[in-house]
Design a protein around this ligand. Structure first.
Ligand SMILES: C[S@@+](CC[C@H](N)C(=O)[O-])C[C@H]1O[C@@H](n2cnc3c(N)ncnc32)[C@H](O)[C@@H]1O
Length: 302
């Protein structure tokens, strides 16, 4: 068996995309692509296969996924365990249910992004490597002396990455006790205790309390299912002039999808504030279902 080096995944994934590797294995095993097609994500030394929701989890599919997992485990030198994510994300903590397919029964790992380290347990907190681009974009967009309110912080990417690289002050809120614990640990691991403050609880209450004492140049709302309903409290937390970063889900029309997203956000902002606003960026982060997309909208409010 291949020896396990425990190296970080970043270098390896640039050599061969996860998608290509799974395709090769599915072909090698002669499996029906339409039936079994899983997605693969590498998180530190853990590989996660994602079962499409259209596939039933029965003993036959588990055997097939175990075969794929064995090959992955043997082929990727630093992988210590392979898990199957077999449910959609839960409503509030945004976590999935997992089944161990190969390797050791260990779901905690260290993942690296933009020079920062993040400890996390894939079974206890939300994590998506597909937000990687947005984490980098945000950290880059932020200026040296900005202040950030991260209303749905998870384990802290949107607060810790800017603080690792710039002298930004950030308040990071999350409701999930496990996310809060890892958030605090990640603040210490990255030595940003003087710049990132973790808060545990409901963002609506904590943002309202916080905004009575201080305002922020950036308020980020990375919770696409609920961000629009938290807009009234988010707006109150912004400095005289500042930015809102809103994540949302909406259906994707055949044409003008950015216009549709802009109209949706503008109509909400006009309802909740007399300040003027300018949408400075809209990006489709990913598709989340047939003709359904996740978007991020950056708005300057003054
Ligand atoms: C999509 S995840 C956040 C992703 C994270 N910012 C990242 O970059 O990976 C949404 C987070 O919102 C948290 N959450 C859900 N409802 C909340 C609430 N009412 N107040 C605070 N946090 C909440 C969940 O626990 C989850 O960690």
């Amino acid at each position: 068996m291949t020896s396990k080096t425990g190296e970080n995944s970043n270098e390896w994934t640039t050599m061969k995309s996860e998608r290509k590797l799974v395709r090769e294995i599915v072909d090698e095993l002669g499996l029906d692509k339409k039936v079994i097609w899983p997605r693969l994500e590498i998180v530190g030394d853990i590989a996660v296969l994602r079962k499409p929701m259209s596939i039933k989890l029965d003993s036959k599919t588990i055997v097939m996924y175990k075969k794929i997992a064995e090959i992955l485990y043997n082929r990727i030198p630093f992988i210590r365990s392979v898990w199957l994510a077999y449910t959609p994300v839960s409503e509030v903590s945004k976590t999935r249910k997992y089944l161990l397919l190969a390797g050791t029964n260990k779901s905690e790992t260290i993942y690296r992004e933009f020079g920062c380290k993040f400890k996390l347990d894939i079974r206890k907190v939300y994590f998506s490597p597909r937000l990687n681009f947005e984490h980098g974009w945000f950290a880059n967009f932020i200026q040296e002396c900005d202040s950030i309110l991260n209303m749905f912080a998870g384990i802290g990417f949107f607060s810790i990455i800017p603080a690792c690289n710039k002298k930004t002050i950030s308040y990071a809120i999350d409701l999930n006790p496990h996310a809060y614990r890892y958030l605090m640990e990640n603040i210490m691991i990255n030595e940003v205790e003087d710049r990132v403050y973790a808060l545990h609880g409901d963002s609506s209450i904590l943002t309202t309390l916080l905004s009575q004492h201080r305002k922020f140049t950036h308020v980020i709302m990375p919770y696409p299912e609920k961000a629009l309903s938290y807009l009234p409290v988010a707006i109150k937390a912004i400095e005289k002039c500042g930015y809102l970063h809103i994540y949302l889900h909406t259906d994707i029309p055949k044409e003008n999808h950015f216009r549709k997203v802009a109209n949706l956000v503008s109509s909400k902002l006009n309802k909740y504030t007399d300040k003027t606003h300018e949408i400075t960026r809209i990006r489709q982060v990913r598709t989340v279902g047939p003709r359904y997309g996740q978007y991020v909208v950056t708005v300057r409010i003054c």
